[in-house]
Ligand binder design. Sequence first.
Ligand code: GDD
Length: 343
Amino acid sequence: MKTPRTVLITGILGQDGSYLADHALRLGQRVVGGIRGELSAERSWRLDHLGITRHIEFVPLDLLNAASIDHAIESTRPDLIFNFAAQSSVGDSFNTPIATAEAGGIGAVRIFEKARTSGNKIRVFQASSSEIFGDITDSQHSEESFFNPKTPYGATKLFAHIMAEAYRASYGTHVSTGILFNHESPLRGINFVTRKITNSLTKVKLGLIEGFSLGNLDARRDWSHAKDFVTAIWDMLALDTPDNFVLASGKLTSVREFVDLAAQALDIELSWEGSGQHERGIDRRTGRAVVTVNPEFYRPYDPAQPLADIRKAQRVLGWQPQHSLQSLVDEMVQFELKQLSPQ
Ligand code: GDD
């Protein structure tokens, strides 16, 4: 592959887009961020945190608007496109199924279509999700497994995933996908459970709040560091043949266990009492319930996550994740302490 010069990232203001931009800049690439609406300090905080905002060119790009995609691609002439933009919350997708499908589904196809017709031999990465597997937990899941999503978000991601395969097979378009299990970091949005936990528990530790509520504590997820994913994602587009790759750690951890890890990192001694909606996480030193369960945070449908089979990414990409779950939690907690502690 010729050395890529221009990298267009959709969703550059999100966690994955920010880390990918950082990675590409470190490799000396020209990075263009496609953004919907105006850039503001409130929206660019992740790029600001990484210290890279001023090294990025921004171009208007709205996945709901084909003309804006055409303009973004024609005016910047990317060699590589990383499509991270989407409505990325499974929980929110229950309330916004149409918007979720339009941006994450049709929006992705608009990117593939422009890449196909531009004549520039653009390589595309599409962010697929472990939500495309749905509720199947009987065995390890790989790129070849059966897909059976049941959430609006999962169904949308599967549509885009299959369209990526269709573009490869029908037109020879160079589209690779990453079937991404959960990936977290200090740059995660606060609406996702890991960041909600590290942020809220740190506030408890600092005396800023008395406690907080979660939904399904028994939900098990495969959590990795987002930084480990972007290196694999970058390497995917260096392959001559586009393909699909599962990225994950291969280990499942419950929400309750994640709370325990965050509590340990903050030196909070936590014990659990009760069950179901009455379960509570008690701070043993103060006797206070710092974690309670609120059914408001339950989902209408919360598929169990399968065990991931990551052998293909290891074999083909030579991928080896560098972060353990404990080091991820520690990093997130340190970030919260720095942000929230009085100066
Ligand atoms: N968000 C949230 N808030 N989730 C909670 C809460 C809460 O208060 N309490 C329990 N949970 C449970 C959810 O029910 C779910 O089972 C689990 O925590 C993880 O929820 P999220 O962090 O919102 O992530 P997700 O698994 O739904 O989706 C993420 O991972 C997918 C890949 O598997 C997102 O990053 C998706 O974009 C991604 O595709």
